[in-house]
Design a protein around this ligand. Sequence first.
Ligand SMILES: NC(=O)c1ccc[n+]([C@@H]2O[C@H](COP(=O)([O-])OP(=O)(O)OC[C@H]3O[C@@H](n4cnc5c(N)ncnc54)[C@H](OP(=O)(O)O)[C@@H]3O)[C@@H](O)[C@H]2O)c1
Length: 341
Amino acid sequence: MKKEKINTAVLGASGVVGQVFVQMLTNHKRFEPTVITGSDSREGKYYGDEVQWVLPDPLPEPARKLKLETPGIDLLKKRNVKIVFSALPANVAKTLEPQLRENGFYVFSNAGALRYDDNVPILIPEVNPGDLGWITKQGYPGNGFVVTNANCTATGLVTALAPLKKFGIKELFVSTYQSISGAGYPGLSSLDIMGNTIPYIHGEEEKMKTELRKILELDAAIYTHCVRVPVLFGHLETVWMTLESPVETPDILDAWQTFEFENANIPSMPRYPVVYDDNPQFPQSKMSFWGSPPGMQVFTGRLRKENQKIGFSLLVNNLVKGAAGGSIANAELFINEYGIY
Ligand SMILES: NC(=O)c1ccc[n+]([C@@H]2O[C@H](COP(=O)([O-])OP(=O)(O)OC[C@H]3O[C@@H](n4cnc5c(N)ncnc54)[C@H](OP(=O)(O)O)[C@@H]3O)[C@@H](O)[C@H]2O)c1
């Protein structure tokens, strides 16, 4: 008899991205969070006692009594898990994720460790769904695979730019205002970030450029500044770009508004991935859990044209669209295209 729900594992469940996985999977129609892991010291302890819950909604009651385990191949085999969601630090993922792939697991990862491997897609369902096919280059179906999602900052920008690519993006100037949850838990010291802004995030500017090129196959000159700001959630970004086509702002608006994703089998995806509002106060970091599903839409605002350049702002939820929600949508896309078992 066909099982109603599919067993999944969340590696790094006690971290901030892991919390979003636990929250979204607890209420998911197809996936069950069967195994959740933390570091060794948490082995056998209740999730509700261990996790430092930072999300605006409360920890779901059923998740309190889940026990944290230590990630390992044998554990996942024993518990009949096939789909693995990874919210591990990159240095841990670098060793473990290839081992999981070799042992037949389907890994949907947030870590940057394998993102730039030629046969590993950085997948965003509404942008490059065809790249899911790269799993065959990793040996699927005879083997497992790793599918990554983009760095949280790149995810927001790629989503907003995907429908604009047809206008020919020549130059891109981006500044980011990134929340502290982007640095994980416990993340930055309060002495460093309270009442402060930090104009450098290690590796972030390069990641944005590399990922924009890999996902969108952009051949543009890209200039980035990434700044950490003292807000909890959401990465705000301001963009100026030069386009090859003589585009006016209504053309940009039309491209965003007609950018749709409709597939009932991928319930974590919004129908409209990009939402524009012309209120000059929009979007703000505190709105990052707005939208439907919450945190899964990219908000744009302040669209204008000056000196032949197009400018706008965007907001992406770094933990949902930019991390766990993006991975879950990727897994839904996989199930929809390939099935499982
Ligand atoms: N935060 C974001 O906005 C964001 C967005 C996109 C992608 N990412 C990526 O997602 C991953 C997770 O980020 P995060 O912000 O959630 O980090 P985090 O809050 O520091 O969480 C890391 C998780 O990994 C576990 N872990 C650490 N070392 C381990 C080890 N040696 N063995 C097993 N488990 C271990 C931690 O367990 P303990 O709690 O027991 O230490 C925790 O559950 C990172 O690769 C990050 O780059 C983050």
